[in-house]
Design a protein around this ligand. Structure first.
Ligand code: HPA
Length: 269
């Protein structure tokens, strides 16, 4: 049976249409995940859902235990994760309300525990190893293709590519930072995309990032940014996201056409 993990962000704390079978609280060698995992079914697929900020949005981006969250999915046998996040739009083609299927990342976070393989932790496969995963394509290309197809089938317009600038937060950016990020080639900016994506690769789980543009990033239009605006846009986009996820889950083929499941092959020293 297909087993799909969904990580959701600001303004999206549950998936309607999910027939819930159980909730599972897990502990991991890295501490506690953000919340219990909600396990249910959409058609014939098992869907495992986790709100990364907790169900009451009590965990800020820099305090999320990314390692525990991904480890928990691995422990539950999840092979593919779709991660939903709120972002600010930098590129003019990323407007509030747009849904961006990410294809690249620039990582500016520096203070997060970003690997299972720090030489002393217990890692999914073997403790204490040194690992350098290939991250040329940070998102699973096969899962991206399925989501693109699902978008067409469900009539949901997607921005088909987008480079995600990952920042530490929790503050929003300055106008000069956003200008610089644009020059570096990023299209959107967010606080939670990393190390989620690279940890999933280390765990050999296919991972895809879908971002909802919640606001124009700092300095792009002149008004003050508010979290009220972010939550409002995420809620407004939630019907479309649900349709897109549902269609993705329905048409998701067996896990073929990518090398995510072999990410650790020849990656260990
Ligand atoms: N910057 C960083 N993270 C965000 C933003 C933003 O403008 N909007 C939503 N998440």
């Amino acid at each position: 049976m297909k087993k799909i993990g969904i990580i959701s962000g600001s303004g999206l704390y549950e998936i309607k249409g999910l027939t819930i079978k159980k909730r599972k609280k897990l502990s991991t060698p890295f501490g506690s995940p953000s919340d219990h995992y909600t396990i249910g079914y959409i058609e014939d697929a098992e869907v495992i859902f986790l709100p990364r900020h907790g169900s009451h949005h009590s965990i800020p981006p820099h305090m999320i235990n990314y390692r525990a969250n991904i480890w928990g999915f691995k422990k539950l046998g999840v092979e593919r994760i779709v991660s939903i996040s709120a972002v600010g739009g930098i590129n003019k083609s990323c407007k509030p309300g747009n849904i961006v299927l990410l294809d690249q990342i620039i990582d500016m976070t520096r203070n997060r525990k970003s690997t299972f393989y720090d030489g002393k932790s217990i890692s999914p496969q073997s403790p204490g190893s040194v690992v350098h995963i290939d991250f040329t394509e940070p998102y699973c290309p096969a899962l991206r293709r399925t989501i693109l197809k699902a978008g067409t089938k469900a009539g949901i317009t997607l921005n088909k590519t987008g480079t995600y600038m990952a920042v530490e937060g929790p503050r929003l950016e300055t106008a000069a930072e956003i200008r610089a990020f644009g020059k570096l080639g990023s299209d959107v900016v967010g606080m939670t995309g990393m190390p989620e994506a690279s940890l999933a690769r280390e765990a050999e789980i296919c991972f895809s990032g879908i971002s909802v543009v919640a606001n124009y990033a700092a300095g792009i239009n002149r008004h003050r940014l508010t979290t009220t605006e972010v939550i409002k846009e995420m809620r407004a986009a939630s019907e479309k996201i649900k349709k897109l996820l549902r269609q993705t889950i329905i048409i998701l083929p067996d896990r073929t056409g990518c090398s995510c499941a072999d990410a650790l092959k020849e990656a260990k020293i």
